[in-house]
Design a binder for this molecule. Structure first.
Ligand SMILES: *Cc1c(COP(=O)(O)O)cnc(C)c1O
Length: 450
């Protein structure tokens, strides 16, 4: 079946050469172009006769790739960057070449076994029981939605008197929680965090009890805590929130898409005390665990509940559920899936967990150093000491338009990629540092332009 002609052989060399150059050297930051500019440079690429492998690759290298920002560039500090290890990236090439199917044990036992060990590492760090388990999904958005759908399904089996299901979360919760509520057509109540942006158990108890007394037929089925807000890296008080959920029989979900990665450093692990009581949690290895896009680890305390919720039943699938083995498809909103956790697993297995902790500490040290430089900078004000690896600050006298202009120029000059955000309706700048290759000198270079 495989027809490795000399032409394919040639292309293989070119593809590998390009991939290795891309991985070996700091790539240029690059930046977006308009659709018009791209059309002028690339034309219509889909043709009757085909362009041929060599020409199509050339078009990608010269035109399309240069219009994509390198998210692993050491001075890409916007949003949440990516920082896959070399091992993870190289193994992604293997995954791509292997036609692995990651949905069922029958088809992908070896891949699923490896993914599950990587999930077990996270689950153990969180202190969940040995019976916990889950699946790698596309991202935190699908992870959060899958967990919340599981939670609601669980409570639906217990209560038939409820007219409206409700999610409780912090005002600072990630947009994907609000989006999940929309998709699920449930209500969401947003609870005010304390003056430091931390959601506290007592505030949750007050808000939920008040809501229930005012809306006797509505039921909060899940409370979502954030373990590392995307904007500022703030960790909700999991220890005080957990008992609030237990006392009320509410599902406790922890959204740690960005921050829970810091569980792997003994220095920061204690910040997440209380996580061991979570009914479900997520963390994105594509954010701060040195894995390529796209991988979110979704873990349930009791995966059986997730399976009852998400297992798809169809005549052609029945054979998969016979053996009692672990079928990753059953634990989230998906069926077909690539073994997207494997690059993460490979990197973790090859490097060992000590190196993960060290790389994590390295990024947090740079964040602390950046905070120091900002405090010494005559034009800048640090918003707060970084809890994890997000450093937020303001430039004296600047309005949003000034920030945006600076950000655009920083990218145009190919110095860095840092975008404005906002906090309490005031514009801010933030560095999200997840890349162990980001050096103190990179931070200094960006700060020199402010
Ligand atoms: C990034 C993030 C998400 C969404 O994850 P995606 O992988 O982008 O879908 C959810 N919650 C938090 C706290 C995040 O940082």
């Amino acid at each position: 079946m495989h027809q490795f002609t000399t032409e394919v052989e040639e292309l293989a060399k070119e593809v590998l050469e390009y991939s290795l150059i891309r991985l070996r050297t700091d790539p240029p930051l690059d930046g977006p172009k308009t659709a018009q500019e791209l059309y002028e440079a690339a034309g219509n690429t889909i043709t009757k006769a085909g362009l041929g492998g060599h020409e199509t690759l050339k078009l990608f290298k010269d035109v399309l790739a240069t219009a994509c920002i390198s998210t692993d560039h050491p001075r890409y500090l916007a949003f949440i960057p990516s920082a896959p290890s070399e091992y993870a990236n190289l193994f992604d090439l293997v995954v791509g070449a292997s036609a692995l199917y990651g949905g069922s044990w029958l088809e992908g036992a070896g891949a699923v076994f490896a993914e599950n060990q990587a999930l077990r590492w996270i689950s153990n760090l969180a202190g969940l029981p040995a019976s916990a388990g889950g699946v790698f999904v596309q991202g935190g958005t699908i992870g959060n939605l899958s967990a919340l759908v599981t939670a609601r399904a669980h409570f639906r089996t217990k209560r038939s008197d409820v007219t409206k299901w409700v999610i409780a979360a912090s005002l600072e919760a990630h947009s994907s929680i609000k989006s999940a509520a929309e998709v699920m057509d449930v209500e969401i109540i947003l609870i005010k965090p304390d003056q430091n942006g931390v959601l506290q158990g007592a505030a949750c108890a007050d808000a939920i009890d008040k809501y229930h007394s005012e809306n006797p037929t509505h039921q909060v089925f899940a409370l979502v805590a954030t373990a590392g807000t995307t904007n500022l890296g703030i960790i909700d008080n999991l220890k005080s929130i957990a008992p609030i959920t237990k006392e009320r029989g509410i599902w406790f979900h922890v959204d740690g898409a960005y921050g829970l990665a810091a569980l792997c450093s003994p220095k920061t692990q204690p910040l997440f005390a209380g996580i061991e009581n979570a009914d479900s949690l997520i963390v994105d290895p594509h954010k701060w665990l040195f894995a390529p896009f796209d991988a979110c680890a979704l873990i349930y305390r009791n995966p059986e509940i997730a399976k009852v919720t998400h297992l798809q039943k169809a005549a052609y699938l029945e054979t998969l559920d016979d053996d009692g083995e672990w079928n990753p498809s059953d634990y989230a909103i998906h069926l077909t899936r690539r073994a997207r956790g494997l690059p993460f697993w490979f990197s973790l297995a090859a490097h060992g967990t000590d190196q993960y902790a060290a790389a994590m500490d390295q990024t947090m040290d740079i964040a602390k150093h950046a905070a120091q430089l900002i405090k010494q900078h005559p034009n800048l004000e640090l918003l707060m000491e970084p809890t994890l690896s997000v450093v937020a600050f303001t430039r004296k006298g600047w309005q949003m338009a000034d920030y945006q202009k600076w950000s655009d120029k920083l990218l145009a000059d190919q110095i860095g990629f840092v975008t404005p955000s906002s906090h309490h309706n005031q514009p801010i700048l933030r560095f999200a540092i997840v890349n162990p290759w980001t050096k103190e000198s990179d931070i200094a270079e960006i700060l020199a332009t402010l």
